[in-house]
Design a protein around this ligand. Structure first.
Ligand code: URA
Length: 243
């Protein structure tokens, strides 16, 4: 665990400039373990349990750096820090946009894809999840424009399918058919528009796409579109423990 100056910690968590934090502290608005910390240069041990022990303006401290969360991405929002229109970051508290290190999505979902999206400010964790070596599978519920013809599962499982404009074959993927126009597809890499392009490669068209699982982590049924939830150690471990 590291200890940092109070003003630096809170400024990096988006609570204001260091000068503003100093004023806030001097006013008794930063309380740790029941005691006001009035000096901005007080060193604070950055621990996971800080939100349970510290309040700022009477409210529990936000999760300190090293956070990971899952978001139920709704349709129509973009996984980008800077594009025009609605962004996934707009679904998080406004203050979090000023956090340093910044919170980023772990990979991306298309604007018109919904479902389980992970976000973190922990670069090491992010890379561990997206690294091919970790082999974290991603499962999508796919709704198709036309009935499948029964050959798709074998085509996707073969490990020989080459997407339009590429020359490296895709890794084998698993298809679980639920109805002529609905299936789960589990993929083990994350190429651009991969699921849509896989179905295009077999002559179909994806009408709706929803990710419901990343590794062994499910999108909870009670997490509404647009809502998010912090991940604890067990949930992070589940990502790397596919079922
Ligand atoms: N494949 C796609 O085509 N789109 C996504 O958003 C994710 C996987």
């Amino acid at each position: 665990m590291i200890s940092v100056r109070l003003d630096r910690l809170l400024a990096n968590m988006g609570y204001g400039s260091r000068r503003e934090i100093a004023a806030l502290a001097a006013a008794g608005q930063v309380v740790l373990d029941g005691q006001a910390i009035r000096k901005a240069d007080t060193k604070v041990l950055v621990a996971r349990d800080l939100p349970a022990r510290m309040t700022v303006r009477g409210a529990p401290l936000d999760p300190p750096p090293g956070l990971a969360l899952m978001l139920h991405k709704p349709l129509g929002v973009t996984c980008s820090h800077k594009e025009v229109g609605a962004l996934v970051y707009d679904l998080l508290p406004q203050r979090w946009k000023a956090r340093e290190p910044a919170i980023s999505t772990v990979g991306r979902l298309d604007k018109e894809t919904s479902g389980l999206l992970l976000l973190t400010d922990d670069g090491e964790l992010l890379h561990r999840i997206i690294s091919p070596r970790s082999n974290v599978p991603k499962r999508y519920l796919v709704t198709l424009a036309r009935p499948m013809d029964g050959t798709e599962g074998a085509a996707f499982a073969a490990g020989t399918l080459v997407l339009e404009g590429e020359d490296k074959p895709l890794l084998p993927a698993e298809l679980e058919v639920h109805s002529p126009t609905q299936a789960h597809l589990t993929i083990h890499e994350g190429r651009y528009h991969q699921v849509r392009r896989m179905f295009a490669a077999v002559g179909n068209h994806v009408e709706a796409l929803h990710r419901d699982q990343v590794g062994g982590l499910d999108l909870p049924a009670d997490l509404a579109p647009g809502a998010f939830r912090m991940l604890d150690d067990a949930a992070i471990a589940a990502i790397f423990t596919p079922r």
